[in-house]
Design a binder for this molecule. Structure first.
Ligand SMILES: Nc1nc2c(c(=O)[nH]1)N=C([C@H](O)[C@H](O)COP(=O)(O)OP(=O)(O)OP(=O)(O)O)CN2
Length: 150
């Protein structure tokens, strides 16, 4: 008989770091200027723990490595070391003309809140169906973050 807890909520989490430049158009402070942040993205997932002695993922909700591949493919490959441009910003065309190869055009202002909602959408589209996104927290600075919870 397995001696495992049967109550409570179980989740797994992994932290990702990426660098991104953006402009908050119409912002009254410094963020109206082109600037960058070292973002930290905390992703928490829940789901059934696989109970199959023959499986490579026995005892796991999802292999951390599989989560890393999904996040690399669908988020970091677009946003890490990217310049993110809001397509409705007054200076969008000037930014798009800059000679950089990684520019991501968004149809929303790239605030911490909107980025979290966008990442939730991308993850919900690309996680295995048996996995539930539980919580997502995005640090824009060491002191400021936005959080989404299912
Ligand atoms: N609700 C939000 N407020 C602000 C956002 C945001 O996304 N959501 N974003 C910004 C700026 O982009 C940025 O976060 C401000 O950066 P910065 O001026 O560097 O912030 P501080 O230096 O004040 O942060 P520290 O934590 O002290 O380093 C503004 N507001």
């Amino acid at each position: 008989m397995k001696t495992l807890a049967r109550s409570g909520h179980l989740s797994i989490s992994r932290i990702f770091t990426f660098e991104m430049a953006h402009v908050l158009s119409n912002h009254h402070g410094l963020c109206k200027n082109l600037h960058g942040h070292s973002y930290k993205l905390h992703i928490s997932l829940s789901g059934k723990v696989i109970d199959d002695p023959d499986a490579a993922n026995d005892g796991m909700i999802l292999d951390f490595g599989e989560l890393k591949e999904i996040v690399n493919q669908h988020i970091l490959s677009k946003f890490d070391h990217a310049l993110v441009v809001y397509q409705k910003a007054a200076n969008a065309q000037d930014l798009l003309n800059l000679p950089f190869e990684r520019i991501e055009v968004l149809n929303f202002q790239p605030t911490c809140e909107n980025l979290v909602l966008h990442f939730v959408h991308l993850l919900e589209l690309n996680l295995p169906k048996r996995i539930k996104l539980h919580k997502l927290r995005l640090y824009e600075t060491a002191n400021s973050y936005s959080e989404w919870q299912a």
